[in-house]
Design a protein. Structure first.
Length: 168
């Protein structure tokens, strides 16, 4: 996950709009010095200004802050292998709790979520408890529904839809 980087975003978006620090400061209702400090990373805008800044530049708050809750494909593969090994070595419930925590942390990292759903399906059979199997399959289904309904990738949407169809 990347660090928050409002400074770079403000500089880039202000440049795209072709406005000065004074013009942005006047719009927001702060001093030019405040905008300068934001852009040099000496300080951050007050939280009350974040929605105004995002709206002014027609971007999301996440984009304004440079926050991207994503993992690289390589990181996803490594994590999948790590979790698969944990399912083989550790108590099932402990690994499920960790997986659900990861899914919550990376709520909109759809390639990761899809892989977690697949992991849940693959390892639901590991549990000898039928209730745990049903729970795990239902968690996978919920993830696939989220991927299908919220993801921008057509390929992942189709895969999520397919997995829902196959496991309903």
């Amino acid at each position: 996950m990347k660090n928050l980087d409002i400074a770079k975003t403000l500089i880039a978006k202000r440049g795209e709009k072709g406005i000065t620090q004074d013009e942005l400061a006047n719009f927001i209702g702060v001093s030019r010095a405040s905008v300068s400090k934001w852009e040099t990373g000496q300080s951050y805008p007050d939280i009350i200004f974040l929605p105004q800044l995002a709206a002014y530049f027609d971007i999301s708050l996440d984009e304004l802050m440079g926050y991207v809750p994503q993992m690289t494909d390589e990181d996803i593969r490594k994590l999948y292998v790590e979790l698969a090994n944990e399912f083989s070595e550790k108590p099932f419930d402990d690994v499920m709790i960790r997986c659900l925590s990861i899914a919550k942390k990376y709520y909109s990292c759809f390639p990761l979520l899809y892989q977690l759903g697949m992991l849940f399906l693959n390892y639901s059979a590991v549990s000898k408890d039928d209730e745990k199997k049903v729970f795990t399959i239902n968690e996978a289904k919920e993830i696939f529904i989220r991927v299908k309904t919220q993801c921008d990738s057509i390929e992942l949407k189709q895969l999520g839809c397919l997995m829902i169809f196959l496991h309903i």
